[in-house]
Design a protein around this ligand. Structure first.
Ligand SMILES: CC(C)(COP(=O)(O)OP(=O)(O)OC[C@H]1O[C@@H](n2cnc3c(N)ncnc32)[C@H](O)[C@@H]1OP(=O)(O)O)[C@@H](O)C(=O)NCCC(=O)NCCS
Length: 155
């Protein structure tokens, strides 16, 4: 699974298109550029998905993660989170956080498989036009990640 850090001068149009394919409340290229201008913010991408994360002092945060619908369930989401966690750790982060909607079963399963666990909850955080707002779960993992099912070498 080939993912790479996005160069500073990259065209953000393809990332904005990926975001629009994944979220109703999509971030355009300008919004992505504004986020990437904040110190510690970086993107890891492939043709079919990307992750935006920020590492500040000893903590890191996933800002968004998007895999285009036709490319899902082939390991790209896991590869993007794993690479972002690795790069955040290299920048000095010891823990990683993110927010995910309570009803986002796919993303929750992905993060749980990578060892993230619930650290808090924001009631009614996500507005849902036509229905009641959904809670956000705050998930946290130490770095390096400890994916479920992987044993730590001992001795
Ligand atoms: C969440 C998302 C990034 C996952 O990307 P992906 O490339 O399909 O994920 P992967 O193929 O790496 O899946 C890794 C694991 O996550 C879990 N998973 C992923 N999608 C799942 C689904 N639809 N249902 C259940 N488990 C799922 C599985 O454990 C999977 O491992 P497996 O395929 O070996 O069973 C993708 O569905 C997406 O872009 N969704 C819309 C945007 C979004 O919700 N972003 C996250 C916001 S916090």
């Amino acid at each position: 699974m080939s993912v790479r850090r996005l160069p500073l001068n990259a065209n953000l149009g393809p990332l904005a298109a990926l975001h629009a394919a994944c979220f109703a409340d999509a971030w355009d290229a300008r919004a992505l550029a504004d986020l990437l201008a904040i110190p510690g913010t970086f993107a890891i991408s492939s043709d079919d998905g990307f992750i935006l994360a920020r590492a500040t002092a000893d903590e890191a945060e996933i800002l968004t993660l998007a895999v285009t619908p036709t490319a899902r369930r082939h390991g790209l989401g896991r590869a993007l989170v794993t690479e972002a966690a690795s790069q955040a750790q290299q920048s000095g982060a010891a823990a990683m956080f993110l927010e995910v909607a309570l009803d986002n079963a796919a993303a929750r399963a992905l993060y749980t498989s990578l060892g993230f666990a619930e650290a808090g909850r924001r009631k009614g955080y996500y507005a849902r036009p036509g229905s009641s707002p959904e809670d956000a779960l705050i998930l946290r993992s130490n770095l390096p990640l400890s994916p479920l099912g992987k044993t730590t070498p001992s001795g």
